[in-house]
Design a protein around this ligand. Structure first.
Ligand code: PPS
Length: 570
């Protein structure tokens, strides 16, 4: 009988201990230093432990890391394109030594694995960004994560699995590589083509996957990523319900759906090679790579980070080593006269094609506009509309940032009152001073404390937004990267509107309503924004307001008009 494709490196590396050994290890782990993993580290750990990242047997050590970054290879020469590291804080790293064991826990403190530390080092993150992602531009989500969110020290070492990270959702759709391989064997599937996605699937995707399966005479595995995708993507709960609707539209017994708890990096070509290796470990013989695979979009100058078909080229370049066969696909578009989907390179001269881009779809959902039948299925659209109501029914955060005395609080207050006057919405004001009194009273004005303060505001605002309310924030929020983290957090759950109150420093200082500028100049107050501490101006705010020559009432009125034009109120 023909066997399924071999895992990468020849062996599926499942790292869970037996029940008895896990019990023993759990007792010993009470004495180990403990690290609460970040959401991304939990995703990575799960896929290391269940063998999806075979042949990895832990987080990369230094030698492997260096070679992966430089050459896309582990130190033994095996192809591996993306560094998978346990990044930690300086203080945690200082508390342990090479040779120690540490307890890796999930966010509730449950022990997931024990890690035997072999290497501790501070990586060159700029170099990692340039080599792995081809850029150190922080508009790239993974570069932003690497530079601004990931800890400064990396730990390398083998893992011993205690218990898999817990998932309460869609448990019937989650499989380890061994479970999926067993399912394929049971069904008698030998040729399986995997489809990776982080988006809802519509008719074009169905046509593409259906054709791919027919072309290579294989069964189809829809294998969406439900770990971490690009900030702003449709949440996985909604997507999975969409996939389930779509599944009914494939011929019976031909197609399977399974969820992959991967934390994507949006690394384009390198990531495509990684995705291929992962699918090979799950037992798939073929892998679809379309246009812009794992693409992060555009850089801060408006240029694409990667060419549309770079990912296909890189997977092709390593075809011999990968063994899993790529099924390359061009973009599918709808040809009106033929009433069918066709690859862009198959369109005849003069044929009229129709397409709805991702941003056009979002616009139509936001504005409650009709979405044509040729584009998607009614049950898929209904599902999207349930979680993406038009903007005026969504929660949103209005985030003012600017110097002390620029007018943020006054405008924020005026906007709040105008919104309350209009009625029908719940509004919460998180003004700088109010927050510092109620949420952050123990914090000062160091960079670390300011960041903590802003992240707390962001967290509260995201909860308000998620539940359909309006959060108005008015802190100084001087750092771009921290504002970005707040924005990413909130965009996952609703709207985010950034207003830069750009009143110049001279004007703020002349006003000096609280007398703080005078004290800052005299050196009585240290680390004062604009005087002895930085303010990084927003590059692309939704709106700029300089209050030098306009009244607070007028400024608030302009904000209301902006909110109306963006569709958040009407
Ligand atoms: S931050 O940077 O976003 O955390 O600042 P924020 O929480 O908005 O707090 C700013 C208010 O605190 C007062 N204050 C200072 N501001 C800046 N730098 C220093 N060192 C400082 N010390 C006290 C000041 O009144 C700010 O209020 P606003 O409303 O901005 O004038």
């Amino acid at each position: 009988m023909q066997q399924l494709i071999e895992p990468h490196g020849g062996k599926l590396n499942e790292l869970y201990l037996s029940a008895a050994d896990a019990e023993d290890e759990k007792k010993k782990a009470h004495a180990y230093p403990s690290w609460d993993m970040t959401p991304r580290q939990i995703c990575d750990a799960e896929l290391i432990l269940n063998g999806a990242f075979s042949p990895l047997d832990g987080f990369l050590g230094r030698e492997d890391y260096d070679r992966v970054v430089a050459e896309m290879r582990l130190s033994n020469g095996l192809l591996w394109p993306v560094p998978v590291n346990l990044e930690v804080s300086e203080s945690f790293a200082a508390s342990i030594s090479e040779g120690d064991s540490i307890a890796l826990r999930d966010q509730e403190g449950v022990l997931v694995a024990v890690m035997d530390i072999s290497d501790i080092w501070a990586p060159d993150k700029q170099q990692e960004a340039r080599k792995v992602f081809g850029s150190d531009d922080e508009a790239h989500p993974a570069v932003h994560y690497l530079i601004n969110i990931a800890g400064p020290v990396y730990l390398g070492g083998k893992l011993r699995g205690i218990e898999p990270p817990m998932h309460y959702d869609f448990r019937h759709l989650r499989d380890t590589p061994a479970e999926l391989r067993a399912r394929f064997s049971k069904l008698g599937w030998r040729r399986i083509v995997a489809f990776q996605t982080r988006n809802p699937m519509h008719r074009a995707h169905q046509e593409l996957t259906f054709r791919a399966a027919r072309q290579v005479e294989a069964n189809l595995l829809i294998h969406p990523v439900v770990g971490m995708t690009k900030p702003g993507d449709v949440d996985h709960f909604t997507r999975v319900r969409c996939y389930e609707h779509l599944l009914n539209r494939y011929p019976e017994q031909t197609t399977s759906l399974s969820l992959l708890p991967l934390a994507m990096r949006m690394g384009g070509p390198r990531e495509a090679v990684w995705h291929a290796i992962i699918r090979k470990n799950y037992g798939c013989s073929h892998f679809i790579v379309g246009r812009d695979h794992a693409g992060p979009g555009q850089d801060s100058k408006g240029q694409d980070f990667y060419g549309h078909y770079d990912a296909q080229e890189m997977v092709q370049q390593f075809a011999d080593e990968l063994q899993i066969e790529m099924v390359p696909f061009k973009m599918m578009v709808y040809v009106r006269d033929r009433a069918q989907y066709v690859a862009v390179d198959e369109i005849a001269d003069g044929e009229e094609v129709l397409s709805v881009s991702g941003s056009e779809l979002r616009r139509r959902l936001q504005e409650g506009i009709d979405i044509p039948d040729w584009f998607s299925y009614p049950d898929v659209i209904d599902e999207l509309r349930r979680t993406h109501p038009p903007r005026h029914k969504q929660g949103f955060t209005l985030f003012f940032t600017g110097l002390s005395g620029s007018g943020k609080s006054t405008i924020a207050n005026a906007v709040m009152v105008k919104l309350l006057e209009m009625g029908g919405r719940r509004v919460t004001l998180l003004d700088g001073d109010i927050v510092r009194k109620n949420l952050s009273s123990e914090l000062g004005f160091s960079k670390e404390h300011r960041d903590l303060n802003i992240l707390r505001i962001g967290y509260v605002a995201s909860e308000i937004t998620k539940n359909g309310g309006i959060a108005i924030c008015a802190p100084i929020a001087p750092y771009t990267a921290t504002r970005r983290r707040v924005q990413d957090m909130i965009k996952e759950v609703g709207g985010f509107v950034e207003v830069h109150v750009s009143t110049p420093l001279e004007v703020c200082e002349t006003r000096d309503r609280k007398g703080l500028y005078a004290k800052a100049r005299a050196g009585v107050i240290k680390e004062f924004t604009g005087i002895s501490d930085p303010y990084e101006e927003p590059q692309n705010p939704d709106m700029r307001l300089d209050t030098t020559d306009i009244s607070p009432d007028h400024a608030a009125h302009r904000v209301i008009i902006k909110l109306e034009s963006l569709g958040y109120i009407r």
